[in-house]
Ligand binder design. Structure first.
Ligand SMILES: [Zn+2]
Length: 604
């Protein structure tokens, strides 16, 4: 499962009670063996671009072959290249040059004092920083807040053009209830603001009260890696050190903003900085493993049920790790998602032994943890026509069944699901906890966004989630077998039905897909693939302002009003400031040609 903060909040973490897990049936024992193998050190945590995941791919392919499944279009591998990681290059430095005034000596004759920040100790570039060298005077810009709807503006009295700007993270306490300021307070929005005001580089420093003051985990931000500005995180002490002793200190300025509710931004006297960042992105080839069991009905075999589970995980710990330490450690991913992968192989054996009227396409997806990359590739390059996919059934984290409580998401995506869910638990002690939405942090979302009915089975989050402690012996194999049998009933129900499940959009799904808190709706469907020019979209929602303005699949948005758009974060930053009724000029590239459209934003 891909890490999404809101999901973590929505589902309470259960306290794990460590009990020896049993596998008392042959099915459960088979899954135990599959989970233990995939979660073993030999598979290295199955990170895309590593030998470990290639071993896992071969293992799954062998299981599909042994079960008698057929390749799809001649091969079980759907391979593609994607950015899998980012690393620091050789050229990463931050040096400061301070001119100290001496009586009787002209400033231009004094020799500058040089200081530096130490990489990895004092500071670290963000994985979305631009790679280049910039030199400029240093400016402290408070919390970096600027909004057309707020009177408080950290940029009111300072010019940051070409400057290296220091910004506190978060918000002053008094501003926590100020909707206008809150809307412009996220890290990425502050970065967009600084960049659009002409800053050359931005250094974020943790605010007071963050006693841990640790550097954030370095890693790739796939949906917005080209931020268009040099961006660093610096710890408080080394940051405070560069404020000249005679001027206002960082701590005093921070205090003053808190007390007076007024900005306190200023240029650091006679201080300039040279910042060099160099990030290297690693591209790797990785594969979805696809195999199918053809349907038995002459007509219905042309329709497919995609049964999916991602088989990748976080390797030795990537940017999605919740491991406390920064050192490398095997992230075995037994529950996430060796459990679903084992379930997928088990279901493949069962369906192959007794096929359905409709065809079933089994898909072990890669790079889910990197942002649903494998499933997105699948729907954008479908091995069978998308219109022939009757439903998608997803298993992600099915190894921790507790009190027979099974989460099923996507229950609002077809009118057939309510009845189906009743029948699959008949005669069992399974209690289903439903959620209507088809969006959410796993691969079914890619299918839902293509108007395909989805069902997502999931046994819940736990305290080992995305940590090295998600190990094979904590999986409840008898519980997992029960879940797989429940999923099997669902797949058989869909596969044997006379009618295919009609797709419906659950109420409130638009709200779910855009980040909350906006006053307005625009209605684009972002394409999260990276584009150096701007934000590529895969369409506009019918009836939305974006559709009315003629925006369509393949357009690349480069500007929204006065905000330069390089990625989804920039658009989010601009939307956070918009009001219903605003007419905004949107600039986009259509087949490489710059085009503009006036968009009238409407209220939610
Ligand atoms: Zn995960």
């Amino acid at each position: 499962m891909k890490r999404i903060a809101s999901l973590l909040l929505a589902l309470p973490l259960a306290v794990m009670v460590l009990v020896a897990q049993t596998a008392s049936t042959p099915e459960a024992q088979r899954m135990l063996e599959d989970v233990r193998t995939l979660a073993s050190p030999e598979y290295g945590g199955r990170a895309p671009g590593t030998d470990g995941i290639d071993r896992a791919a071969a293992y799954i392919e062998a299981a599909f072959t042994k079960a008698g499944l057929q390749p799809v279009n001649g091969s079980m591998r759907q391979s593609f290249t994607t950015t899998t990681s980012v690393s620091l290059g050789k050229n990463n430095n931050v040096t400061f040059s301070v001119l100290v005034e001496r009586p009787g000596v002209p400033l231009e004759m004094t020799k500058p004092t040089k200081t530096a920040w130490k990489l990895g100790v004092d500071y670290q570039p963000y994985g979305f920083s631009d790679s280049k060298t910039v030199t400029g005077d240093v400016v402290f810009a408070g919390y970096g807040l600027s909004s057309s709807h707020a009177t408080y503006d950290d940029y009111k009295d300072v010019d940051v053009k070409g400057k290296v700007v220091i910004i506190l993270r978060g918000l002053p306490k008094w501003a926590e209830k100020d909707e206008a300021l809150k809307a412009v307070s996220s890290l990425r929005t502050k970065m967009t603001t600084a960049r659009d005001k002409g800053a050359a580089a931005v250094c974020f420093v943790n605010q007071k009260g963050d006693s841990s003051d640790v550097l954030a985990r370095f890693g790739i931000d796939r949906i917005g890696k080209n931020s268009g500005i040099v961006a660093l995180q610096v710890r408080r002490t080394p940051c405070a050190r560069i404020f000249p002793p005679k001027g206002t200190s960082m701590f005093v300025a921070e205090e003053s903003i808190e007390k007076t509710k007024k900005p306190n931004s200023f240029a650091l006297v006679n201080t300039s900085a040279t910042v060099s960042t160099e990030l290297t992105f690693v591209e790797s080839t990785t594969s979805n493993i696809l195999a199918m069991v053809p349907g038995t009905d002459a007509t219905l075999k042309g329709e497919y049920i995609v049964v999916g589970a991602h088989y990748d995980h976080l390797g030795m710990g990537d940017e999605n790790s919740l491991h406390g330490g920064h050192e490398q450690a095997l992230h075995a991913g037994a529950d996430d998602n060796a459990s679903g992968t084992a379930g997928l192989m088990e279901l493949a054996r069962r369906i192959a032994a007794s096929p359905l009227r409709r065809s079933v396409l089994f898909a072990a997806f890669t790079a889910e943890e990197k942002g649903l990359v494998g499933s997105k590739y699948f729907v954008d390059n479908p091995p069978v026509p998308l219109t022939s996919i009757a439903a998608m059934v997803n298993m992600d984290m099915i190894g921790r069944l507790r009190d027979d409580k099974l989460n099923v998401l996507g229950t609002g995506t077809s009118s057939m699901w309510e009845g189906l869910l009743k029948t699959i638990v008949e005669g069992t002690t399974i209690k289903i906890s439903q959620s209507a939405q088809g969006t959410g942090s796993s691969d079914h979302q890619s299918f839902f966004l293509k108007d395909i009915p989805v069902l997502f089975f999931f046994t819940g989050l736990h305290s080992d989630y995305h940590k090295p402690s998600d190990t094979w012996e904590k999986v409840n194999y008898d519980g997992q077998a029960t879940v797989v049998t429940t999923v099997e009933r669902a797949v058989r129900g869909i596969g044997e039905a006379n009618e295919r499940p009609p797709f419906i959009k659950p109420a409130g799904s638009d709200q779910q897909s855009a980040s909350g808190g906006f006053k307005v709706t625009f209605g684009i469907i972002p394409d999260y693939g990276d584009d150096p020019q701007g934000l590529r979209i895969s369409g506009a929602k019918p009836g939305s302002p974006a559709a009315a303005a003629g925006l369509a699949d393949g357009d690349i948005i480069t500007k929204f009003g006065s905000t330069t758009v390089k990625n989804i974060y920039d658009l989010t930053a601009a939307m956070g400031q918009a009001k219903p009724g605003d007419v905004v000029e949107v600039t986009y590239l259509r087949k490489g040609k710059p085009t503009t459209a006036k968009v009238t934003l409407v209220g939610r």
